[in-house]
Each structure stands twice: as C-alpha cells, then as structure tokens.
Design a protein around this ligand. Structure first.
Ligand code: FAD
Length: 464
C-alpha cells in the first residue's frame, strides 16, 4: 500500500496541521528513551505531519481523508508512554488530541470527558465536587485520559481498585473507526477490553466515561524500615489491613532512596528501605500503630506535618515509573523491568535476587489489589544497563532460574511487551474498525503475523 502523503496533507489543510520538521519530530516521540534498546531502535522514527482535531466530527473527517490516501495515523495524547507506543513507526499522520480536552459531565458516581483531557484536570474537577478518580498514572500532571486507557495499565489507586483491566474502572469508551466512512462505536462492559490497552490500533477514542467516588482526605507518608524484606512485610500488613484506607503503597530497597530521592532526602534515614504510602487522614493512627509493631521501622515523613518550605513533588512522583525517571536523572545508565516475583516465596526470592544480582537489580514494588481481593506486589526494579545482550541474559536468568515473570518493557509491540499474548478479541475488532491496517501500524504483531506465538512456556499476566 503506498500513501499519497502530499494529496493527504493538502486535503487536511483546513485543520490544525503542523508540518514543521522540528515539532513533528517532537510530537513523534514519547518516553521510549527509558529503554536503551528502544532508544537505539526508534531514534529515527518520525511522522510526516501532526494534525490536531478540535471535535469528534473533525476526527471523522481527518480519518476519512487519511483512509482515502492510505496514510497511517498514530494517535498521541501527551506522549508519556514509555514503550514507543505513540511513535509512528511507518510515518504518516500523528493525530494529536490536545484540543479535545473537555470535561463533558460529572455526576455523583461518574465522569465523562473527551480523550485528550489531562488526568490531573479531571481529578481537580472531581474534587471540586467532593469526588475523586479511582485510578491515575503517576504522570497525571500531563497524561491524557485517552492515553491512559489506550496505553496505560495501572497507577495510584491500584491498592484499592487494581488496574485498568478491572472492569470496575472504565464504564464506557467511544471511538471512531478508520474506514472510508468512519463509524462511531460505543463499548461498554466486557467489550471495553477490545480497545483498552490496544495502543490505538483499533480506533481513535474520543470520549470516555469513568467512575468517580467520594473524595478522600489523603495524607502522604514515608516510612523507613531496616531492610527491603521488612519494608515489604510491613507494606503487606498495611495493604491487608482494611482499617487503613489507602490509595497507594510502594516499597524500595535502600539504594534507591539513598541515591535517587534527593528532594525527600532530608527526611529519610540513610541505608533504610522505604515504604511510600498515601492513606486516609483518619487511618493515620492505625498506620502508626502498624509501623510501631515492626522493629526498626519509623515514620519519617507525613505531608500533614512535614515538608513545608521543601517544595516536594507529590509522593507518587517517586513511585510507579517515576522511580525510573528519578534514577535516570542522576544516573543515565539505569533502566528498568516490570516483573512478578513468585508470591508464594516472595522473601526467599528477594534474598536470592539480592545475592545473585546485587547492585545490577534494585528492587521496587508497587502494591495492587487484584479483582479477587488479593494484595500483590508488582515489581518495577531498576536495572543497571551494560548491554542489550546482558539485559536479555538477565531476563532469561530471572525467568528460568528464579521463577520470576518478566513483562519486557523494552519492546514496542503489544504482544511482546509481555502483558498478554495475542489478543484475538482486539485483533478481530481491528479487522472491523481498521480493515486497511492504518492505525498505529507495527504495534500489533497479530495483524501482520496472525500465527505468531510467544515463546513456549512463557507466562503472561493476562491469559484469555
Ligand atoms: P500517549 O503516550 O500519548 O499514548 C499512549 C498510547 O495510547 C499510544 O499507543 C497512543 O497511540 C494511544 N492513544 C493515546 N490517545 C489515544 C486515543 N484518544 N485513542 C486511541 N489511542 C490513543 N503508566 C501507568 O499506567 N501507570 C503509571 O503510574 C505510569 N507512570 C509513568 C511514569 C513516568 C515517569 C512515565 C514516563 C510513564 C508512566 N506511565 C505510567 C506510562 C504513561 O505515562 C501512562 O500510560 C499515560 O497514561 C499515557 O498517557 P499519554 O496521554 O501520555 O498517552
């Protein structure tokens, strides 16, 4: 299929169109450079122009024109994704959602917004009505709702609501198809998973309805602990204690706060592992009591008490994938992995990994509550990068020798990212919504290689 780029560009002239080489390159990039592998692999990726629709009607017109000229379209929210998800591997149009940022309605238990709405703006608007979001990524300051649904997985709120896969977290998704005459499709219930975490390969999401809950009065707390196992045990005790209302729970081995959490350093104990928590103000007493029951642990920071004059970032900006960002700012040789340690032998695994890899792999857990109510620790460890070969070797060792499941973030495709195997429902939906394969091409292996199978024996988080 050959694109007629010039004719397409001319037909799009009446829209907000940008073909300045420098800004097009900027808008063709996301946080892919988090991965030294993707940094090398994707460095030359660039769209041909950026077009920013002002309404759903404009999305329909733009997609129809791009379809007619066989021009690929890659949707961009804020470009904070870190697997090159929003990068136009085959060039063409970058569809920037920046103008479609309106909040359409807020009810007692739900919020409807356009896909380009910034997450933190949604939280602010909800709070003005005594409500709050269930889940947001640590990039909430800039990330869009559409980008979170199409590219994200979980974040602050996971300890109460799990990830985006939990059907309780998205009510409705409205999208536009990539056809000669684009259609509007509304997905609810189970069907939402056809387009959620699909990197925009099977529709341009224009509107989303999410649930909201009564707003909590949240306090940020940092707790020092003797070592990482003690911090983890303490975090499970907090996570599993229903008397403590919480929004976020994270743990870090001591080298991470020691080296990378400069802004919080005045409050932290050198050589201590760290627990970061966001808890309800009226749960503070119960939290302090739980901490007091752990020998060697101590509350080091409370946002309701400390920090005035320190201009600290919100605590979630040292957690989730912000941990990697903090490390990269200080040591560019750091990168990360996403993985699950064997939960039935967690402390044994922590000890074995420490012995085997030492400083090469620094453990960081984010705590989540799965749909069955179980609290689990998802690992986002920092990795000292030396070469692509060593990273592959490390992943292999983690999986084969240590029983760790690795979700490889150094891959650009939906399938290889390891979050799931080929998803027949998403593939089938793409056949209906994007028959020419023009939406974000190159991101869904199953589209070009329907028979692709992951490595035998490989474990996937979402098998369905
Ligand atoms: P983009 O990066 O612009 O897009 C993401 C994907 O969605 C792309 O494939 C894009 O094509 C597609 N897309 C965007 N808008 C639409 C649309 N309207 N219709 C269809 N497809 C669309 N992720 C988490 O889940 N939790 C975290 O806590 C988290 N923390 C992070 C911390 C840092 C420092 C960084 C760099 C990343 C983090 N991420 C996290 C990843 C990312 O920030 C989030 O997933 C974020 O929600 C993406 O939003 P965005 O608007 O930047 O999307």
């Amino acid at each position: 299929m050959t694109s007629d780029l010039e004719a397409c560009r001319a037909a799009l002239a009446r829209f907000d169109l940008d073909d300045n080489a420098r800004t097009v390159q900027q808008k063709s990039r996301d946080f892919y450079w988090y991965s030294p592998i993707l940094k090398e692999q994707l460095k030359d990726v660039c769209g041909d122009f950026v077009v920013a629709p002002r309404s759903e009607a404009e999305v329909i017109e733009i997609l129809s024109i791009c379809h007619a000229h066989d021009v690929p379209v890659t949707v961009r929210g804020a470009g904070t994704g870190n697997y090159g998800q929003a990068m136009p591997l085959h060039g063409g149009a970058v569809l920037h959602m920046k103008h479609m940022d309106r909040i359409l309605s807020i009810g007692d238990d739900h919020l409807v917004a356009e896909a380009g709405a910034v997450m933190s703006h949604l939280e602010k608007a909800a709070r003005e009505r005594g409500l709050e979001l269930r889940l947001f990524p640590s990039t909430t300051a800039t990330a869009t709702l559409g980008g979170f649904i199409a590219g994200g997985s979980s974040g602050v709120g996971a300890i109460r609501w799990g990830g985006l896969r939990n059907p309780a977290n998205i009510r409705r998704v409205r999208l536009v198809t990539m056809e000669a005459e684009p259609r509007i499709v509304e997905l609810t219930g189970e069907d939402i998973s056809k387009a959620a975490h699909a990197y925009g390969v099977n529709g341009v999401i224009t509107e989303i309805e999410i649930p909201v809950d009564p707003a909590g009065d949240w306090v940020e707390v940092l707790v020092g602990a003797a070592d990482f196992s003690a911090a983890t045990r303490l975090t499970f005790a907090i996570g599993e204690n229903d008397a403590i209302g919480k929004r976020m729970l994270s743990t870090f081995e001591s080298a991470i706060p020691d080296r990378y959490f400069n802004r919080h350093a005045p409050f932290l104990g050198k050589g201590e592992a760290l627990v970061a928590a966001i808890v309800l103000r009226d749960s503070l007493a119960a939290l302090e009591e739980t901490v007091a029951g752990t020998p060697g642990a101590a509350v080091r920071f409370r946002s309701d008490r400390d920090g005035e004059g320190h201009r600290l970032p919100p605590v979630y900006e040292i957690c989730w994938n912000h941990t990697t960002l903090r490390a990269l700012k200080i040591d560019p040789s750091m990168t990360y992995l996403q993985m699950m340690l064997p939960q039935d032998d967690l402390y044994g695994a922590i000890a074995r990994l420490g012995e085997a890899f030492g400083d090469e792999l620094l453990l960081h857990f984010e705590f989540t509550r799965f749909v069955d109510g179980k609290v689990a620790a998802v690992a986002l460890p920092l990795v000292r990068y030396t070469s692509a070969g060593r990273l592959e070797e490390l992943i292999g060792l983690l999986e084969t020798r240590f029983g760790v499941t690795v979700f490889n973030p150094h891959r650009v495709t939906l399938e290889e990212g390891g979050m799931k195997r080929t998803d027949p429902a998403q593939l089938d939906f793409k056949r209906q919504t994007d028959p020419k394969g023009l939406l974000n091409p190159g991101k869904m292996i199953a589209w070009t290689h329907p028979d692709w199978v992951p490595e035998p024996g490989r474990v996937f988080l979402f098998n369905r």
